[in-house]
Ligand binder design. Structure first.
Ligand code: PNW
Length: 478
């Protein structure tokens, strides 16, 4: 092959972390072991009609028993970091009171095993598994849940703070608030727009209070951040109506979190847009000061952009399919449920999410500008495809390799243009319980045969492994 243009220089910084990510409810199983009690996802997945195929996390990929093998798998792949989440109902089964030692022991052993293999742990404290008892007491729309979360964060921080240096308070609070309490496609499945906004505020407050609780127990070298799933919102046209739709969705998807986190205030336009839903009287005077801490890093989870327009009667009803948030008669956009979502350009993954890596570059540069000096991690990025095992026992997933290559190039491009990105966590290490889609969507770099729990690294795992070991992104056809 003759080529005149040399491959672009795609070396990543020396200390760049090459990781993968998972979440407790999606992989652990063992839902009744060692004192664990139900979380809202146990209740939800056991409610008929909520999860595709009636799937539950009861067994998942049995990581609670196979964690040693799973760590070895990461080590064999040459990965240098792992983002996992701690199951609140294992540590504090009722959401209150002292920690259950056996719950903490599991994570301590996991972390020790990671460290023994030279893998840097990143612990997420909340990846959606609220103890059911706290939901019974009102859940995230109730202020007390924020206090309970801070207390739990302190317990985990005390137990693991000597060995975990990177802490994520919340994973994707947007999903917890607006899919959990607005559209109801996630646990606990409530469909109350005012409750969704209250939940968003109490998640913000929980993050702030948990940050203080962690600071008081963690060594000074520890870093505390949050993983957001910012929407890259694009307007269908430059018409005033479409630009206004863009502004509204940007407020409800992004600025409802970055306002208080980075600027210490809720955006005025958000308060105005949602005035018919709530008067925001649940925000108390001191709350914004509690939320507005300096962040040691920001975690960015990115999959696909959104394209929106103002209301256009003829296309109403497509939203459930096109906004990628699952089918529901209820909108996850309080006060802006008339905004129309359109199919974004690009190929589709098995989630029907369009592939557009430029969104990731845009986001990383946008956060670099919005939060100058705050390091960034891509704490999730990846894609579901319809993977199958060949007759020879291999799983060939060239689409996923292309997706990862394009998105890692997008990260590199952001770094080249000044973004301080410290690492990349592929979602996900293993195929797992994909929330409302159950086991029907496979995001893993490693295939799981659910009948046997056999792990089969896909060709993308081998590809990612080579990238991680070299610290350089090869040309795609190498
Ligand atoms: C994220 N949406 O979930 C989560 O952090 C992961 O646990 C999950 O497996 C992964 O992305 C893939 O879906 C999302 O509807 C779920 O906008 C739904 C949405 C976004 C993120």
């Amino acid at each position: 092959r003759t080529t005149t243009t040399p491959a672009p220089h795609t070396r990543f910084p020396e200390s760049f972390l090459w990781g993968s990510a998972t979440a407790a409810y999606q992989i652990e199983g063992a839902v009744r072991e060692d004192g664990r009690t139900p979380s809202i996802w146990d209740t939800f997945s056991h409610t008929p009609g909520k999860v595709l195929g009636g799937d539950t996390g009861d067994v998942a990929v049995d990581h609670y028993h196979r964690w040693r093998d799973d760590v070895r798998l990461m080590a064999d792949l040459g990965l240098t970091a792992y983002r996992f989440s701690v199951a609140w109902p294992r540590v504090q089964p009722t959401g209150r009171g002292p920690a259950v030692q056996r719950g903490l022991d599991f994570y301590r052993a996991l972390v020790d095993e990671l460290l023994a293999h030279g893998i840097t742990p990143m612990a997420t404290l909340y990846h959606w598994d609220l103890p059911q008892e706290l939901e019974n007491a009102g859940g995230w729309p109730e202020r007390d849940t924020a206090y309970r979360f801070a207390e739990y964060a302190g317990l985990v921080g005390e137990a693991l703070g000597d060995r975990v240096e990177r802490w994520v308070t919340l994973n994707e609070p947007w999903c917890s608030a607006f899919l959990g309490y607005g559209s109801g496609v996630h646990a606990p499945g409530r469909t109350d727009p005012a409750a969704a906004l209250r939940a968003a505020h109490h998640l913000n407050l929980g993050h702030g209070l948990a940050t203080s609780a962690l600071r008081s127990v963690l060594p000074a070298r520890a870093g505390i951040g949050i993983s957001l799933n910012p929407s890259v919102v694009r307007s269908l046209t430059d018409s005033p109506a479409d630009l206004d739709a863009r502004r509204r969705i940007d407020a409800l998807a992004n600025r409802v979190f970055t306002g208080p986190l980075l600027e210490g205030a809720y955006p005025q336009d958000l308060i105005t847009d949602t005035a018919r839903v709530t008067d925001w009287s649940f925000v108390q005077d001191a709350d914004l000061a509690s939320i507005h801490h300096p962040l040691d890093f920001i975690g960015i989870n990115y999959y696909t952009p959104a394209v929106v327009s103002g209301p256009r009667g003829d296309q109403d009803g497509d939203n459930a399919r096109l906004d990628g948030h699952g089918a529901s008669d209820h909108s996850p956009w309080p006060g802006s449920d008339d905004v129309v979502f359109h199919r974004a350009p690009g190929e589709l993954t098995a989630m029907n999410w369009s592939v557009d890596p430029t969104g990731l570059t845009d986001l990383l540069l946008e956060y670099t500008a919005q939060a100058p000096g705050v390091p960034l991690y891509v704490t999730e990025n990846g894609a579901a495809y319809e993977d199958t095992v060949d007759a020879d026992g291999h799983v060939h997933d060239p689409d996923r390799i292309r997706y990862l290559h394009a998105h890692l190039s997008a990260v590199h491009e952001a770094v080249r243009r000044g973004a301080d990105v410290r690492g990349y966590f592929l979602w996900s290490l293993l195929d797992n319980f994909e929330w409302a889609y159950g086991y029907s969507k496979r995001f893993g770099a490693v295939y799981v045969d659910y009948a046997t729990q056999d792990r089969i690294p896909k060709s993308s795992a081998g590809w990612y492994s080579r990238v991680a070991r070299a610290g350089v992104l090869p040309a795609l056809d190498d």
